[in-house]
Write a new protein. Structure first.
Length: 318
């Protein structure tokens, strides 16, 4: 099973440690019944979860993971393994009926005489009723059962849920590691990691860099936004691409502005403390707006962006 990006967990060097930690447990047959993969999907959290499920269900696992040839692997790769369950959000939430159905299925005998495995992707989206319904199964999952909870933001999980899982160890890769990986995967020499916080992580960035077709890639759009923000902050009015932004682009646009102001703060760390503080407050306001936009019914994007340009120039007296 491969993600839409075309990558697998084995292709991501920063997942080597988590993969080996899981395989060591599997080899020693000391695997806990519930594992928390607190790794963002853009860093391979979903890929690692699938790797773990495939390896756990394999009838002849190897030191590198699943064998890929046994009946269980063939069923898993075909997407119709009867003992594998996948739960994803129904809309914005994972609902209680989904979890109750999963828990009922996990009480049945395995059809392939191996393990029963369930992955709950984006488990931070469990609503309170669903999380509570999962607790008993987390405590008493039954024999040969593995629950894998993947979460982009594990801090949002209910403490009663996360405390019943063993967390897979993970260290966020350095910018240099990501830069080298992107150079290999996307055949680029320039450092594009400046926008990691905008796109979400290296997998999303690689996907953008590899995109083909007549439409401008997301990364090229971000580059243009950065250039046009710099010109706008200098001139005092919105320029070029910022005059025609869409609803789908506004969060990217504001995150690029945040990074640009952050760069100004870092570059001019010895400037007047009052100006420095005001720019910091402006950056925080912009990020706050990014978080709010997902729930706002409508916003005048041009007016919003122009207001930030004017506030920046007022602070800096340009």
């Amino acid at each position: 099973m491969v993600a839409e990006s075309g990558f697998t967990a084995a292709q991501l060097p920063w997942l080597e440690g988590p993969r080996q930690a899981f395989l060591a447990q599997l080899t020693r047959q000391k695997m806990p019944h519930a594992q928390l993969v607190g790794i963002d999907s853009a860093y391979g959290g979903e890929l690692l979860s699938v790797f773990m499920a495939r390896a756990a269900m394999c009838l002849q696992p190897t030191p590198a993971g699943a064998c890929g040839f046994c009946k269980s692997c063939q069923l898993f790769d075909a997407g119709n393994h009867p003992d594998f369950y996948h739960i994803a959000a129904d809309g914005n939430q994972i609902k209680v009926d989904q979890i109750r159905e999963l828990c009922t299925r996990l009480t049945a005998t395995a059809q392939q005489s191996g393990m029963r495995v369930a992955i709950i992707h984006h488990s931070e989206r469990l609503n309170s009723a669903a999380a509570n319904a999962l607790l008993k199964t987390l405590e008493e999952p039954g024999k040969d059962t593995l629950l894998i909870l993947q979460s982009d933001t594990p801090a949002r999980l209910m403490a009663t849920v996360s405390s019943r899982c063993q967390r897979i160890p993970f260290v966020v890769p350095s910018r240099e590691t990501i830069k080298n990986w992107l150079a290999q995967q996307c055949d680029i020499q320039e450092d594009v990691t400046w926008c990691l916080s905008v796109v979400g992580g290296p997998l999303k960035l690689a996907e953008s860099l590899q995109s083909e077709g007549s439409q401008q890639s997301r990364y090229q759009s971000l580059l243009q936004f950065r250039k046009d923000w710099a010109q706008s902050l200098s001139s005092g009015h919105l320029c070029a691409s910022l005059l025609s932004i869409s609803e789908q682009q506004i969060i990217d646009v504001l995150k690029v502005l945040y990074l640009l102001i952050r760069q100004v703060l870092l570059k001019n760390s010895h400037q007047d403390a009052f100006i420095h503080a005001q720019l910091g407050n402006l950056a925080a306001k912009i990020m706050g707006m990014c978080h709010s936009l997902s729930t706002m019914p409508s916003v005048n994007y041009l007016a919003l962006c122009q207001s930030y340009v004017l506030e920046y120039r007022e602070i800096t007296n340009k």
